[in-house]
Design a binder for this molecule. Structure first.
Ligand code: C2E
Ligand code: CA
Ligand code: CA
Length: 564
């Protein structure tokens, strides 16, 4: 059977594929039922008219001229377009146009067949996927992903146009406790309200294309264009805090919240999107540490410090296993200049950087749980060194070790001290623990009980850096204590006005009233020594006599003084 024109035109008309036949100039010659179904246009509306030229809207930045050129050059074009339905609705379509080797009877020009594929369903899926990966499901505002995209675009533009902008990362303070005390629904409601408030107050009607996202559990981020000075950025962040400080009404519960903010600025904080984000979050973590409602602006010293800390902290892990710690010993003398005891002070023998002092690494040990392990080693090593000194004939020699708050608060602290004593056969009478005022300012029952048990084992307790904290007289009299160590800062002030001297006399009076032993630390000069000796101080420690020394040097030193 040969296909005659009538048959072909029937096939054309009834095909399920939307098709349109045009002349070489785009004038519509025929369209089929499927085309009408898709677009709403009938033959009456379009035949004789060149609608493709008006309607052409490429989705790939191609122009109608590109299409015409392709048809002239190759007789073929295909691409994604937005077709318009008769009611104005846009339909995403994949369009193929092909020259067919038939000429129009009337004009004698070639015919072109356009076929369309409706992409709406695909687009819907695509759109949903896009939404799911770029928007937060709960608040329906952009998520971290989209925020980063936005940042990338804007850093690119700002690089070219010399633009400036800031990002503010904010975190709702104590959000966890809201979750715990009111439940997840209330917490979710609050997040919804926060997103909404931020949008209403900062993004809507903003001429600066302010962009807001939820970037994590209770973290939001705001992109603000055209902020130049630190003052402007702080003021903006404070405004954000004020907006969120208004009470929330979440499921009938009035709740007030505060938030902390970390701010970074393009280009002074960073010039790349990921780094900007990291720096704002770094600033935010510092803001969170420094307490509720802080605003911290990122500066480069923070990165340097963090890097240093990272290095130290990874080095410290190694130090603990490689025996890189060492105890130095600094002697204490009685007012008659007799050697009474010594303080053990920790040093880190870093194979790369040499000897590192404790101020650099104790805080990092405290942040990690390493303080327990290292602190236990310190007590053990101190007992071992003191045992050797006892064996040299100094039977009454006492060793003091520093105990950090975190170490003291561990539930097994007392037990661990006892373990060290029995493992070394060490007499508790020869051990002193130095605690700071802030350590004993925590839960008084626990402190009193632990100190009581230690005291029973013969161990004495000294309060270190005394005068810098806020110990109440009441707490001093309630706890079983032995010694107050006057902070070095007051000894330093001797001879420089009456202030420090008055404080020293007051501390001595308190110690006498409470029947406590009193130590002056940091005595460096003859003048300081005279002053403390005139003020009834029992023991003296400081560079005037000796710096903290490695064990063997300490032995050499005390033997040179004739103590052994
Ligand atoms: P601290 O307990 O107040 O120790 C006294 C500090 O003052 C020591 O510094 C010591 O070298 C220094 N010092 C002593 N006499 C003088 C003086 O006459 N002039 C001056 N300028 N300084 C003097 P170091 O050894 O650097 O220790 C610093 C801090 O590190 C200690 O302060 C203590 O809080 C902490 N620390 C040291 N070892 C340990 C330890 O094993 N565990 C814990 N938790 N902390 C420790
Ligand atoms: Ca100390
Ligand atoms: Ca001290």
């Amino acid at each position: 059977m040969t296909l005659n024109k009538t048959l072909l035109s029937k096939i054309f008309m009834r095909s399920a594929q939307p098709m349109v036949l045009t002349s070489s100039t785009g004038t519509v010659l025929a369209l089929n039922d499927a085309f009408t179904d898709l677009t709403g246009y009938t033959s009456k509306d379009l035949v004789g008219k060149p609608p493709l030229a008006f309607n052409f809207k490429s989705r790939a930045n191609q122009t109608y001229e590109d299409l015409e050129q392709a048809l002239v050059d190759t007789g073929f074009w295909e691409g994604e377009t937005l077709e318009k339905r008769i009611d104005g609705e846009a339909i995403p379509c994949w369009v193929k146009i092909e020259r067919i080797d038939e000429k129009d009877d009337k004009s004698g020009s070639f015919l072109y067949l356009g076929s369309l594929k409706d992409l709406s369903d695909d687009k819907l899926v695509e759109r949903n996927l896009y939404r799911a990966s770029n928007y937060d499901l709960l608040t329906r505002i952009p998520n971290r992903n989209l925020f980063l995209d936005h940042l990338r675009k804007n850093t690119y533009d700002a690089n070219i146009n010399k633009g400036q902008f800031a990002i503010i990362c904010l975190d709702l303070d104590q959000f966890k406790s809201i979750n715990e005390s009111y439940g997840m629904r209330v917490a979710d409601d609050i997040l919804l309200i926060v997103g909404d408030r931020l949008l209403r107050n900062f993004a809507e009607n903003s001429q600066d294309k302010t962009f807001i996202a939820r970037i994590g559990g209770n973290e939001f981020a705001i992109f603000v264009n055209n902020l130049y000075s630190k003052e402007e950025m702080f003021a903006y962040a404070r405004q954000v805090q004020n907006v969120l400080a208004e009470p929330f009404n979440a499921r009938g519960k009035p709740i007030t919240l505060t938030c902390s903010c970390g701010v970074s600025h393009f280009p002074s904080s960073a010039t790349d999107a990921d780094e900007l984000m990291r720096s704002a979050q770094h600033a935010l973590s510092i803001a969170k540490e420094s307490g509720n409602s802080s605003v911290v602006f990122y500066d480069h010293s923070m990165a340097k410090k963090a890097q240093e800390q990272m290095q130290i902290s990874s080095g410290l892990r190694r130090a603990a296993t490689n025996n890189e710690f060492e105890l130095y010993i600094q002697p204490k003398f009685s007012s008659e200049k007799k050697l009474t005891s010594a303080e053990a002070l920790l040093r880190w023998n870093d194979p790369v950087n040499g000897i590192i002092g404790p101020d650099k690494f104790i805080p990092i040990l405290e942040e990690s749980d390493l303080i327990h392990e290292v602190g236990q080693w310190v007590v053990d090593e101190a007992c071992k060194l003191a045992t050797k000194i006892h064996a040299l004939g100094l039977k009454d020699f006492k060793i003091a070790v520093n105990i950090s708050q975190k170490q003291f608060e561990a539930f097994d602290f007392y037990k661990n001290i006892m373990k060290v004593l029995s493992a070394n056969g060490f007499d508790g009478d020869k051990l002193e623990l130095e605690l700071t005022e802030s350590t004993i300012a925590q839960s008084p029952d626990f402190v009193a009980e632990t100190l009581g048990r230690l005291r029973k084992a013969g161990i004495s307790i000294a309060i270190d850096d005394f005068g810098t904290g806020f110990s109440s007289l009441a707490s001093l009299s309630h706890f079983p204590l032995d010694t107050l160590k006057i902070d070095r800062a007051f000894i330093k002030g001797i001879g420089a006005g009456k202030n420090s001297e008055n404080i020293i006399s007051t501390i001595v009076a308190i110690a006498e009233a409470l029947n406590l032993n009193i130590v002056a630390e940091g005595v460096e000069t003859e003048r300081q020594l005279k002053f403390v000796l005139n003020n009834n101080i029992d023991e003296i420690q400081g560079f005037y006599f000796s710096k903290p020394l490695p064990y063997q040097e300490f032995i050499d030193y005390i033997s040179s003084l004739g103590f052994i």
